[in-house]
Design a binder for this molecule. Sequence first.
Ligand code: ADP
Ligand code: MG
Length: 153
Amino acid sequence: MPAVSLYAEGEEAMLALGARLATLTEGQGIIYLHGDLGAGKTTLSRGIVRGFGHVGAVKSPTFTLVEPYELGDKRIFHFDLYRLADPEELEFLGIRDYFDGASLCLIEWPQRGAGVLPKADLDITISPQESGRALLLQPHSARAEAWCTALCA
Ligand code: ADP
Ligand code: MG
């Protein structure tokens, strides 16, 4: 399936897109978030986490590398690997437990964990465009293709 292009004009549109994606995933899968600092990776992650009912803040876990959320029977792990010096460090976080297939993992700066992170269902690349953000969604699994198809509909 070819990549899907979307456009979000403003932060609220980004949060709404995240909430739709949350519903589609049903809380399972691995999503890589690409884009420069300030692209909107954390904003989209916030929309996803809030989509599962979280009401508090959702910040980039820059220093702790990962922030877990338990929302009802869903488990979401939000990673920001910007400060990861070596992919091997991920082993010390006990990441195997996070990627057990029963959780949703959102990963900012996944390239820093190359070789240790499991493969993504979906790559999302965000880039500033005019006053909003262009998003390119590239699915790598049947379930991610279904999410993309639903998002374009
Ligand atoms: P990142 O995690 O990629 O570094 P952030 O999610 O922290 O980026 O967002 C940086 C800024 O971009 C924030 O001020 C946010 O309000 C803004 N932003 C996010 N999404 C959009 C959008 N779709 N349109 C316009 N501004 C956005
Ligand atoms: Mg961020």
